[in-house]
Write a protein that binds this ligand. Structure first.
Ligand SMILES: [Zn+2]
Length: 273
């Protein structure tokens, strides 16, 4: 059947089947070429992985998926240096490896909301605008280790990236990417899209309760059960909780079992262990 024939409505369905075959194969071939160009050497993957205990602890099959996901991230995102950094292959691989963890099961399509990583050598100064209660705008500087812009780039400090994934409750990559996942369905509000089977009401109730618990602890001057930065906003609470889920999952499961369950239903990391 000719391509011209496909324009006829009466033949449309039959043509779709004919055209989708070769087209699908072409797309798959193009995708494989793109991945091939950036796929890390196995030795490099293992060498960089070893620097991040939380990644190195993944069982073999999960490491294979991490390898593919990080390749997909290297192929699908742009990486730019800033602040004098000219990122090398190790820099890109470190970011891609850590970025692969939150979407190990979800797939890299969950990063469709942004296209670019901007990498600084170390903590950077961000210009911030704050509006006070009288409506006056104040400009100021704030030191940051990472930033996730609304539908924009993910900005990371490489020394903080290298300090992530050590099992010490810090993972700036997971934190910033949780913000990106959060805003897939609109605002950064601590309410990301949920995979099929999850109950939105349960998510909301669990996060509200954990948020309230932290607010009460802080108000009473008690030892906070979560990094106080999480109390900044529901969006920060979700990002910090995600960071804990990936970096100190045992601690999170003990301290906030319900929260751990909800995050595990979203990210599904425990199925590998
Ligand atoms: Zn944040």
């Amino acid at each position: 059947m000719s391509a011209r024939g496909c324009a006829r409505a009466s033949a449309a369905e039959a043509c779709a089947a004919v055209v989708s075959g070769p087209l699908a194969r072409l797309k798959a071939w193009q995708r494989e070429r793109r991945l091939e160009r950036v796929r890390p050497q196995r030795a490099d993957f293992e060498r960089r992985l070893a620097r991040f205990p939380m990644l190195a602890a993944l069982p073999g099959p999960a490491r294979e998926v991490l390898f593919e996901r990080s390749t997909e991230i290297l192929a699908g995102k742009d990486f730019f240096g800033a602040g004098g950094l000219e990122p090398d292959a190790d820099d890109l691989l470190d970011v891609a490896l850590l970025a692969a963890l939150p979407v190990l099961n979800l797939g890299v399509d969950w990063y469709r909301g942004f296209h670019t990583f901007i990498l600084y050598p170390a903590e950077f100064v961000a210009e911030v605008e704050q509006i006070d209660e009288d409506g006056l705008v104040h400009l100021g500087d704030e030191v940051r280790s990472g930033e996730a812009w609304a539908h924009g780039p993910v900005v990371l400090a490489m020394d903080e990236v290298r300090g992530s994934g050590q099992g010490e409750g810090f993972n700036v990559v997971a934190h910033e990417l949780a913000h990106q996942i959060d805003q897939l369905n609109g605002d950064m509000d601590g309410y990301p899209p949920l995979p099929a089977g999850m109950e939105p009401a349960r998510w909301a109730a669990t996060f509200s309760a954990a948020w309230q618990r932290l607010q009460t602890e802080l108000a009473q001057g008690a030892e906070p059960s979560m990094d106080p930065y999480a109390a900044e906003s529901p969006a920060e609470f979700f990002a910090v909780a995600s960071e804990m889920y990936f970096d100190v999952p045992g601690w999170l499961a003990d301290t906030h079992p319900e929260l751990y369950q909800q995050l595990d239903s979203l990210y599904q990391l425990s199925k590998w262990f």
